[in-house]
Design a protein around this ligand. Structure first.
Ligand code: NCD
Length: 297
């Protein structure tokens, strides 16, 4: 049983298998009775559409009461620390907080506080995105029914992506082979422990799963941004119709979204037969239901 989920490394392979089974059951319509009443708050200090909405949908489907939280209207703007904010919510009776924050490992202090309230990480800087990893592996499992030996290519803005990190870590532990591509300068050192860099043309032909990543301009230095040209990027590193033809027929295309059409992927390929991008979003609700149900069990 897990009390918090901040990093995929906290999960044993048995935990992962259990979460997949639970999410699949929810997708097939299983109902669960939680310790009632339970209250959740979603603290998003970075913008989000999918993660925020699907956590809230998951909480509501499980029967939790969801209290609103608006960062700009909270006492964080008066200098209150995140730790004191979360302790406050615990004192008021909130059982679960989902937090997205620009600072890597913002959750360390909260874990050290040893709180009763459960914490789910909705993304920390370029660190971890465990709920995205879970929905991604559920989507892969639905397709292939196994992970061992699968070739997964992760392509794009590797430097700034928490999805690249948590997915590479988890998928490698599940037995998949990880390859990276995109601008070589973004192949951050820490990624080398999980997989090797390949030129895009080599990677495309052999992968079972192609994971594309958005270029995260909001985390860029202004100088780099000025040099960025969407069309050139797409030609060099994006999924173009020509590269789509090179994919194996059984290969699937994934993307955590938001998608910048015409940059990391040609617009017409976002909903192409091999794309699972909207399926990922659908599975995100069930993955998050499984996480919330486990944290509050
Ligand atoms: C990603 C994120 O926020 O890390 N999106 C998501 O949660 N689905 C990726 C991104 O913002 O590009």
């Amino acid at each position: 049983m897990i009390h918090d989920l901040v990093n995929v490394n906290q999960l044993s392979l048995e935990d992962v298998r259990h979460l997949i089974t639970l999410a699949t059951a929810f997708k097939q319509g299983a109902q669960v009775r939680l310790r009632q009443p339970a209250y959740a708050m979603n603290l998003f200090f970075e913008n989000s559409t999918r993660t925020h909405t699907s956590f809230e949908m998951a909480e509501r489907k499980l029967g939790l009461q969801v209290l609103p939280f608006v960062p700009s209207a909270s006492s964080i703007t008066k200098g209150e620390s995140l730790s004191d904010t979360v302790k406050t919510l615990q004192a008021i009776g909130v059982n679960l907080v989902v937090i997205r924050h620009p600072q890597n490992e913002y959750y360390q202090q909260l874990l050290a506080d040893n709180l009763q309230i459960s914490i789910a990480n909705g993304g920390d800087g370029s660190g971890q995105h465990p709920s995205q990893s879970l929905l991604d592996i559920i989507t892969i499992f639905e397709e292939f029914k196994h992970f061992a030996g699968l070739k997964v290519g992760i392509v794009g803005d590797l430097a700034h992506s928490r999805v690249a990190r948590s997915n590479a870590q988890l998928l490698q532990r599940l037995g998949a082979q990880i390859y990276f591509s995109g601008p070589k300068v973004w192949f951050a050192k820490d990624l080398q422990q999980w997989g090797q860099y390949l030129p895009l043309e080599d990677l495309i032909k052999q992968v079972d799963v192609l994971m594309l990543l958005r270029v995260q301009h909001e985390r860029f230095a202004h100088v780099e941004e000025a040099d960025f040209n969407a069309q050139t990027y797409c030609q060099q590193y994006g999924l173009t119709p020509e590269r789509y033809q090179q994919l194996q027929p059984h290969a699937i295309i994934m993307h955590p979204a938001p998608v910048n059409r015409g940059v990391e992927i040609a617009s017409e390929l976002v909903e192409s037969p091999q794309s699972r991008i909207f399926r990922q979003m659908q599975n995100g609700v069930y993955a998050r239901m499984a996480i919330v149900a486990q944290l509050l069990a």
